[in-house]
Ligand binder design. Sequence first.
Ligand code: GLU
Length: 450
Amino acid sequence: MPHPIVRFAPSPTGRIHIGNARTALLNFLYAKKYHGEFILRFDDTDVERSREEFAQAIEVDLAWLGIVPDAVLRQSGRFPLYRAAAKSLREAGRLYPCFETAEELDRKRKRQQARGLPPVYDRAALALSGPERARLESDGRRPHWRFILDHEIVRWTDLARGDSHIDCASLSDPVLLREDGTYLYTLPSVVDDIEQKITHIIRGEDHVTNTAVQMQLFEVLAGPGRLPFFAHHNLLASVGGEALSKRSGALSIGALRDSGIESLAVAAAAVMTGSSVALHPVGSLDELAASLDLGELSRTVARFDPAELAALSARTLHGLSFEAVRERLKAYDIAGHKAKPFWLATRGNLSAFLEVVDWWRVVAGEIAPVVEDAEFLAAARENMPGEPWDETVWANWTKALKDATGRKGRALFHPLRLALTGRDNGPELAALLPLIGKTKAAARLSGRAA
Ligand code: GLU
């Protein structure tokens, strides 16, 4: 297969949510798996609603997920191309001016519905005579422009949904240009897909109907045989079943990040939810890409459960290699020869990454020990094994202490844990003790902060 070129085309009208991340990831991972290119293309032709700060925030959110685009484009800088395409559609006789107001169209639809007809635009504007059109124009009416659809059944083999078809006779001719001269999404999208040689269009199933329209536009603008592949993935909804929206901010990537969820867990959940693959942690985006199969996506809307995501995030942390987190640890000054054994000792106990800061204080900083039973701790101090302290220290020490005091189980271990770590649960002491070291341990057993 030639290298794919894919694109993610968000409108910068809000922060992206988990459903948008699903689209972005399916594209990015597809490109990664097949050594292709991923283009981030801002669909910002609606200059009223688009905001540069949202575009920047989307880039930040994608970067956090590990998505680094090969190119970033803005459609707002490409209007001459869209004008040229509109001109060639007009010349091909496929674009026609319409003068109905929104209210007139609404009345038409209501009449059709009352008669049990589908609310499809009746092409009345095509039947306008020259003088009628001139009169409308002299009344100050400005036209919007519709693309004449071929009334055929458009078919394609969808990489996610299999054989698909849409009967274009059941659709209204789509408006490509508004009366104020601005473009709706349909035409710029096709113009750019052609110009950027997009090979695979992977997007939500809310675009299935657009695909039939856009396939006809491809044929007119690029000529036959230039169609990309299409894949329409199922959408994600909230646990309550509501559609996700950029405006509500629910399940936004920014909010998930701020809540301490692992980005890899978000990526895994965004891709695996609503597929035949059970939710499971992965060690890297490469691993996620290698197992990607668009055919595994299911056909129905999938509910996204934040509680499952939190659990997945913890499981993801438990399996992350030291190499995967080395830089993140460094950002909290967790570095040096202790950093790797520290990570391996603590990762299995974390529910959020930031907890490492507290555990690092336990092994390398100062904590206030909790002294429950000073007498027992004195005995523990007397029975401390000599240095060097390695992972056998804990077993040898507790055995000696058991023999000396007759204690066992919780009565033996719990006071030690409280004194040595200041907490009543946490990672295996066998792994922590070599990191805490004998000096600190002795001080804590005496009740001194160390
Ligand atoms: N801006 C559109 C959306 O976010 C892009 C759709 C497409 O990928 O063509 O739904």
